[in-house]
Ligand binder design. Structure first.
Ligand SMILES: Nc1ncnc2c1ncn2[C@@H]1O[C@H](COP(=O)(O)OP(=O)(O)OP(=O)(O)O)[C@@H](O)[C@H]1O
Ligand SMILES: [Mg+2]
Length: 409
């Protein structure tokens, strides 16, 4: 159906005159008239979006309208519309994650990457996005949702939507007030386009949901320290720390190949870093910055005070873990402090219940909450443990915060 016929039909359905529609859409009445009479060959995308809003079209109708506006011969989107290219540069050194990379390339629409602080979620998402970019010629959008950034609260979904709309050249004054209207406009903009969207560091599902695209041509990659189990049709990838050979490769390729000769000491060093990419990278960067040091010297320092050593150039393992801790409820913090300092390296839910002075059922629920935010691990069913660096973090918490741990849960 032609654009003019569609517009006239929907305008009449909404019981609007051409003048009323023009007023609602904040457009010139001549534009509306010419669109209906097919006099305007190349309508602006923003005009089409505004008309869709004013006519109260749903997602499917918007897609039909967008297709009609492009015309039968148009192969691609309106060239007047911006094509955002927002991906940050990928890591200079990228190791491993073959399985996850393949999974991301094969995922149909939405993929969520979760894992503990510094495990490499953003690095993987950005690396995969660069490889996928040629398949999404209508744009690549990157939004940091700041789920865990010092001094910042997580980004409001409405603000995130506005940023994406502006990236597609929708002028600020045309962006609707209400988050639902923004989400509808967003879905209209990305419908029928091949757009890749990366949402980095989401706090939870509610922050992501309004940004889920409707069209099949879009791909969304979300990263989060939390398992986003509440999103429909989403492929979830949980990242673990690196296997030893990959951790060694990350270390030597960052610190300098000359250190590879100390293979045994390098292996011990990456193990001491818990094979956490953030820790391995920081250790390697420190070694590179200190030409007088040997790997042995670095390892000795790590054996003295691991967390204090693992900070460089504004990055710090302790600070990263602390942001996860800050996001816990008071009750979860007590569980974290009590169990994190618990002597047993691995423990069962029954032991946790005794330590927490509560029932097994309740202890299981409390453990689940820490598992969901990756502050706790479950290496085998029913067996729990904290990552070595997480335990260090618990033990380094200021003692003033320990006073209130007593008492049942
Ligand atoms: N596969 C990898 N190859 C090389 N470097 C990596 C890899 N994974 C992570 N890194 C490096 O480790 C550091 C931490 O990774 P990244 O920032 O991706 O972690 P994250 O899981 O997103 O952490 P956060 O939860 O704090 O956002 C970065 O410097 C990153 O470049
Ligand atoms: Mg990240």
């Amino acid at each position: 159906m032609s654009l003019g016929t569609l517009l006239r039909g929907w305008r009449e359905r909404a019981l609007l005159t051409q003048e009323q529609l023009a007023q609602r859409a904040d457009l010139n009445v001549r534009t509306v008239r010419r669109l209906e009479n097919r006099g305007l060959q190349q309508p602006r995308t923003t005009s089409i979006l505004l008309l869709a809003e004013a006519l109260g079209l749903d997602g499917e109708e918007r897609a039909v309208l967008a297709a009609a506006a492009r015309g039968p011969s148009a192969e691609r989107v309106d060239p007047a519309v911006a094509v955002p290219r927002q991906l940050p540069a990928g890591a200079a050194v990228f190791v491993g994650r073959e399985h996850e990379r393949t999974a991301l390339e094969d995922t149909a629409t939405v993929a969520a990457i979760d894992g503990m602080a510094g495990v490499g979620k953003t690095a993987l998402a950005v690396h995969a996005a660069h490889r996928l970019a040629p398949r999404f010629p209508d744009g690549q959008v990157f939004v940091n949702l700041h789920g865990h950034t010092r001094g910042m609260t997580p980004v409001d979904p409405g603000d995130a939507l506005a940023r994406v709309l502006r990236a597609f050249d929708v002028p600020g004054e045309r962006i609707p007030e209400h988050v639902d209207d923004r989400a509808a406009m967003y879905r209209g903009v990305v419908a029928e386009r091949r757009v890749l969207i990366v949402l980095d560091d989401a706090a939870d599902e509610d922050q992501v949901r309004p940004l889920l695209p409707a069209g099949r041509g879009c791909r969304l990659i979300v990263t989060s320290r939390r398992r986003l189990i509440g999103l429909d049709d989403t492929r979830t990838l949980s990242l673990d720390v690196l296997p030893t050979p990959e951790a060694v490769a990350l270390f030597t390729r960052t610190a300098g190949q000359e250190h590879a000769v100390d293979a045994g000491v390098v292996t011990e060093t990456v193990e001491r870093c818990g094979r956490l990419p953030l820790a391995v990278r920081i250790a390697a960067v420190r070694l590179r910055a200190r030409p007088a040091w040997s790997v042995r010297h670095l390892l000795d320092r790590l054996n003295d005070d691991r967390l204090a050593e693992l900070t460089a150039g504004g990055h710090s393992v302790a600070a990263a873990l602390d942001l996860s801790y800050q996001r816990l409820s008071e009750e979860q913090r007590r569980v974290y402090r009590l169990l994190g300092s618990y002597a047993g390296a691995e423990f069962r839910v029954e032991e946790a219940a005794v330590a927490l002075d509560t029932t097994v059922v309740r202890a299981r629920r409390l453990l689940d909450q820490l598992l969901d935010v990756h502050l706790l691990q479950e290496p085998a069913p029913g067996r729990f443990r904290f990552h070595a660096l997480v335990r260090d973090h618990v033990l380094a918490l200021p003692h003033g915060t320990w006073g209130d741990v007593a008492g049942p849960f």
